[in-house]
Structure formats: structure tokens, C-alpha cells
Design a protein around this ligand. Structure first.
Ligand code: MCF
Ligand code: FE
Length: 407
């Protein structure tokens, strides 16, 4: 059992409670959280680690959506338009994937850890990122991706998906959880969707899917026209979309831990359906700005219903959650900054934990002890604005605790 204390403890609980001169007793899980004074009355023999003057303790950050296999990209892919990006991915995919060695991905994961991330939702297209995830102390929900819309490829693609899923199931442990990603409504054959979701239901696995990221996707899925038309005709000999948005969403009924990424162009009806599925929306504000120059209008969804993902280095310049949270804060200019900063912290912790089906993201008795310590640059004059200052001023953490261990 250990005891740690800081000037400020941000719980990210329902009431956004903040404890001044707070302390946490923990082993693998959080045992008690209160003021240092009260904790010391209850645990007089437990030696506290008291952090410095402007220290903050908060739940470790959870990046719900990242493509580590695309980690070698910086200046290769085309930005500014979704179709141009997609074509550039197809053109450079093999070269990028080859350069993203286990060693390179390990380095990126280490940087993510130093910038406060303690859990990721890793979208894995090939399984090439699995070893690096297993080697890292960061908790991983490992989303094996299924992709492919051609009917004559279903058997091959399903067999390949199943063998990757099996590999990840063999490696399941207390910080690595197998899961399933359906790439998107435009790129996955309905039979593949049905079969993979059956596995998810039977084995109670978390599921995630990209959904309505671009206007080209909207036009294609609703009307079989727009920017995707030539792409599907030339590459796949396809004249029509394989699924309509609502048919796609209807298939996810009964999945317990469910998230949809982007949803920028989702209709009000789609958003209502997503809510009724009890799903979380992974908001990737930087990726949407870079690929489409669009953003999800957060006033269309409830505060409890979104988490934050960096997406991959295929559509971001950073995998740091603090960089991403700053971008979220800066991109949504309609919201009052201090109350919105509090929502961003919850999106990156408690909401994210729900998306991935974990017992994390809140500093509360019984939750996993995944905790980060940071330092504010100076004494805090306005306590009520602490979330804003945490997001504005933090690049790296001072300390990371995952499952009760210093890592
Ligand atoms: O989220 C972004 C943009 N939308 C779709 N896919 C990807 C993203 N970043 C990487 N991808 C991957 C996806 O997982 O790109 C591959 C898929 O395996 C090719 S299809 C765009
Ligand atoms: Fe993505």
C-alpha cells in the first residue's frame, strides 16, 4: 500500500471534485482518496510521498483512438482533402508500414507515456503494432481491424482477421485487452460486419468504428455519389455503397463497449441512434482539421458522450494527449473556456474509460490506480480555472503510475 499527496487532486468524478492538499492511498487500485489530513488520521503509519508546491494529481489520460502502424509518417501523406489523403495513404501505405518497426512504435509509446497517456485504444490494421504494445507499460485495448468491401474477398479477409484476433487473445493480460474495429461503413462488406460483430457479442469484446468522417463519405453512403464515386469504380469496380448509415448503426445493437470515431457528418438521427446504443464518440479534432478542414459540432452531443483520440501520425503531428486537448480547447471557440476545459479533462479520462470498457479514468475508491502527476508553472490564483491551466501549460508529466506501479 502506498500514499501520495499533492497540492491539487483532480478526481474527474461526476461533480469534477477537486481536493486541495489531497492524498491517495492505493495499491493496484485506489483504496482511499481525501485530504492529506484525513488520510493521515486513518493511516498514521503510512509514509506519504508529498509532491512539490504546485503539484497536481489526476487520472492517467486515455487516448481512445490511435493508429500506431502509421507512426513513421510525418511529411509523406497529402493533407487538406480527404480523397487526396486516402489516395496518398494507398500509394505510400507499404513504405510507411515497413518503416514503423516495433522499435519505432516503442519510442512513440514511450513519448506518449511521458506526455501523460496511461491507456490507448490502438487500431491495428495488420497486427504489426502488437509487440510494441505488449512491451509498453501503457494499457492497451487492441482493436483488430476488419476492412474490405469486395464480396469475393470475404473469406480471405475474415480468415486473416480471425487469426489476428486469436493472436491478440493469446496475449491478453491485465494491461492488454483484445477488441474489434470495423474500419467504416464504406469499406467493410455487410457480411464481414455481421460476422465480426457476432464474435464481439459472443465474447463480450469492445468494438470501435470510423463513422461519417468526411462529406465524400456522406455523399457516397446516402446517395452513391460525390468524391468516392471514381475511387470505388476504379479500385473496386463498385457502383453503390455497401451499407447505408442507419443500417450500419443498427447492426451494433447489443455491443456493450462501443465507440464511433469522427461522426463529423453524422445526421441528427445518426447521433440519436449512437446515443441509444450507449456508444461514445471518439473526437479527433486535429485529424479532422488536417484531412477535411471540418469539425464535429460538440453542441450536438452531450458532454458525457465524447472521448478524445489523436488518431495516428497519418493525420496528426503529435500523439500527445496534452497537445490534442489544447487543440480541442482552441478549435471549439463557441464554449466558455473554463467550463469547457473541465469537460475536456473528463472526455480524456472517465468518458474514455467507458468507451474502452475499463475501470479507470476517475480517482475514486475501487478504480484502477492509473495516476499522473504534473506541476503547474506557478502558484494557482484562481482555483476554479485549474482545468484550463492544466491543459494550457502541460507538455510532460512528472510521474506516471499505472496499476499502482511507478513506470
Ligand atoms: O482515422 C484516420 C482517417 N480515416 C480512416 N482511416 C485511417 C485513419 N488513420 C489511419 N487510417 C487507416 C485505417 O485504419 O487507414 C487504412 C485503414 O487501415 C486505410 S483506409 C483509409
Ligand atoms: Fe482513425
Amino acid at each position: 500500500m502506498k500514499l501520495i499527496s499533492a497540492k491539487w487532486v483532480i478526481t474527474c468524478d461526476e461533480n469534477s471534485s477537486i481536493i486541495e492538499n489531497g492524498a491517495i492511498v492505493y495499491d493496484k487500485k485506489i483504496i482511499q482518496i481525501d485530504t492529506l489530513e484525513k488520510i493521515q488520521e486513518n493511516y498514521p503509519n503510512l509514509q506519504p510521498l508529498i509532491l512539490e508546491e504546485n503539484s497536481v494529481l489526476m487520472p492517467g489520460l486515455i487516448n481512445t483512438h490511435v493508429h500506431l502502424e502509421f507512426s513513421s509518417n510525418s511529411t509523406t501523406l497529402k493533407y487538406g482533402n480527404f480523397m487526396l489523403w486516402l489516395n496518398s495513404v494507398i500509394g505510400s501505405r507499404d513504405e510507411l508500414i515497413q518503416k514503423a518497426t516495433t522499435n519505432l512504435i516503442e519510442k512513440k509509446l514511450d513519448k506518449m507515456k511521458k506526455s501523460g497517456t496511461t491507456t490507448i485504444g490502438a487500431i491495428s490494421s495488420y497486427g504489426f503494432d502488437m509487440q510494441a504494445c505488449l512491451n509498453s507499460p501503457i494499457n492497451t485495448v487492441f482493436f483488430n481491424e476488419v476492412i474490405g468491401s469486395k464480396a469475393d474477398m470475404i473469406d480471405t479477409l475474415f480468415a486473416d482477421f480471425k487469426s489476428r484476433l486469436e493472436e491478440s487473445k493469446k496475449n491478453k493480460n491485465s494491461s492488454f485487452f483484445p477488441a474489434i474495429a470495423i474500419h467504416s461503413p464504406y469499406s467493410v462488406h455487410p457480411i464481414l460486419i455481421r460476422e465480426t460483430l457476432n464474435i464481439a457479442k459472443n465474447e463480450n469484446l469492445p468494438v470501435s468504428a470510423h463513422f461519417l468522417e468526411s462529406i465524400e463519405e456522406y455523399d457516397w453512403l446516402h446517395k452513391d455519389e460525390g468524391g468516392f464515386t471514381d475511387f470505388f469504380k476504379n479500385f473496386l469496380g463498385q457502383e453503390k455503397a455497401v451499407t447505408r448509415p442507419m443500417n450500419f448503426l443498427n447492426q451494433f445493437e447489443g455491443i456493450k463497449n462501443l465507440s464511433f470515431t469522427h461522426c463529423v457528418e453524422a445526421s441528427n438521427e445518426d447521433l440519436k441512434k449512437i446515443k441509444s446504443l450507449n456508444a461514445i464518440i471518439n473526437h479527433c479534432v486535429t485529424s479532422n482539421r488536417i484531412l477535411n478542414n471540418t469539425k464535429l459540432d460538440l453542441s450536438r452531443i452531450d458532454d458525457t458522450d465524447f472521448a478524445i483520440g489523436t488518431d495516428g501520425l497519418s493525420s496528426n503531428n503529435s500523439l500527445s494527449m496534452f497537445d490534442e486537448m489544447r487543440n480541442v480547447l482552441m478549435m471549439h471557440t463557441d464554449f466558455e473556456i473554463n467550463s469547457f476545459a473541465k469537460k475536456i479533462l473528463k472526455a480524456s479520462t472517465s468518458n474514455a474509460s467507458r468507451a474502452l470498457g475499463l475501470n479507470k479514468g476517475i480517482l475514486q475508491n475501487g478504480k484502477d490506480a492509473d495516476i499522473i502527476a504534473i506541476n503547474l508553472p506557478d502558484k494557482l490564483k484562481h482555483k476554479e480555472d485549474i482545468a484550463t491551466h492544466i491543459i494550457l501549460h502541460t507538455k510532460y508529466v512528472k510521474k506516471t503510475i499505472i496499476g499502482g506501479e511507478d513506470v
